[in-house]
Design a protein around this ligand. Structure first.
Ligand code: ATP
Length: 285
């Protein structure tokens, strides 16, 4: 049995996010296009002979008990397959927390992939994704990573071609936003619906220009009302030459896409003087 497994857990951004309606089960019916970016947590997993789950992290704000999504994923694997062994996980956190970048979901997905390897479970990615849906709606997508079209509450995944390579500048405003608050404040009549299916076609056609023209997020307006800084940052990104700028998930992180590195640097440097948490990364295949 291998003793240690290291898994990369990348963040995602939403190129398109639409809310269709609220379902009877309380979840929202969504249509989203997601893509992975090279801003990632790293998880080191070690098998323990004792039946326990131990989590450590470099980030002092992260819950290390059953509230941690990685813990939930490990417990689910143990219970589903009746595994008596334990696991010790070190989560090296780089993805900002509660930022709209699916950091927790990606850690859960990395835990599923890592334990599959560590405990030689022989599960396919599809099987891990089905398990992941029990931990959270974004976990199935994070199991695969890359670019995908997600429907349902986000758990039904259709994998897409990689998007044309580009640079991503991210700004995480200081104040966080809770996903629940944003969804409960939505006013369905005035929602701006992005053309998510056209975004899928633009990606399949590798049409970068079209892709940047079609970015949209139905949650953005509601989050901007709660946090006007989001709109200000978006406008600054566009002013510095971004090809497009959009809030990711329920926010508050805003991302800019730039085809040229020099442009991305200009956006990065411009925003660096204005905000603390600014990142310049590539998209991931
Ligand atoms: P999403 O885009 O899926 O809504 P997010 O990026 O907005 O996710 P997360 O970073 O996943 O948000 O954090 C949301 C909540 O989950 C926080 O309150 C955080 O304390 C909790 N959480 C539990 N486990 C983790 C983890 N491993 N990493 C980050 N947050 C976690």
């Amino acid at each position: 049995m291998s003793k240690e497994v290291i898994e990369k857990a990348p963040a995602k951004i939403n190129l398109s996010l639409d809310v269709l309606h609220k379902r009877e089960d309380g979840f929202h019916e969504l249509e989203m296009v997601m893509t992975s970016i090279d801003l990632a947590d790293h998880l080191t997993l070690k098998s323990l002979p004792e039946d326990k789950i131990v989590i450590q992290s470099n980030n002092g704000f992260l819950p290390l008990d059953q509230r941690n999504h990685a813990y939930k994923a490990a417990l689910l694997v143990k219970e589903t397959f009746g595994i008596q062994l334990g696991v010790e996980m070190l989560i090296k956190k780089k993805i900002p927390i509660a930022a709209g970048l699916a950091g927790g979901s990606s850690d859960a997905a990395a835990t599923l992939r890592g334990l599959n390897q560590l405990w030689k479970l022989g599960l396919s990615l599809d099987e891990l994704a089905v398990l992941g849906a029990q931990v959270g709606s974004d976990v199935p997508y994070c199991v695969y990573g890359g670019t995908a079209f997600a429907t349902g509450r986000g758990e039904k995944i259709e994998r897409l071609s990689d998007i044309p390579q580009c640079w991503v500048v991210l700004v995480k405003p200081k104040k966080g936003i809770s996903t629940g608050t944003v969804f409960s404040a939505l006013s369905y009549e005035s929602l701006q619906h992005p053309a998510t299916r056209s975004m899928v076609s633009a990606i399949e056609n590798q049409d970068y220009l079209k892709m940047t023209q079609l970015t949209g997020n139905a949650l953005e307006e509601t989050s901007i009302i709660r946090q006007p800084a989001i709109e200000k940052i978006k406008q600054k990104m566009l002013l510095f030459g971004a090809d497009t700028a959009l809030m990711s998930g329920s926010g508050p992180t805003i991302f800019a896409l730039c085809h040229k590195y020099s442009r991305a640097q200009r956006v990065y440097n411009g925003l660096k003087g204005f905000c603390n948490e600014v990142y310049l990364v590539r998209t991931l295949k």
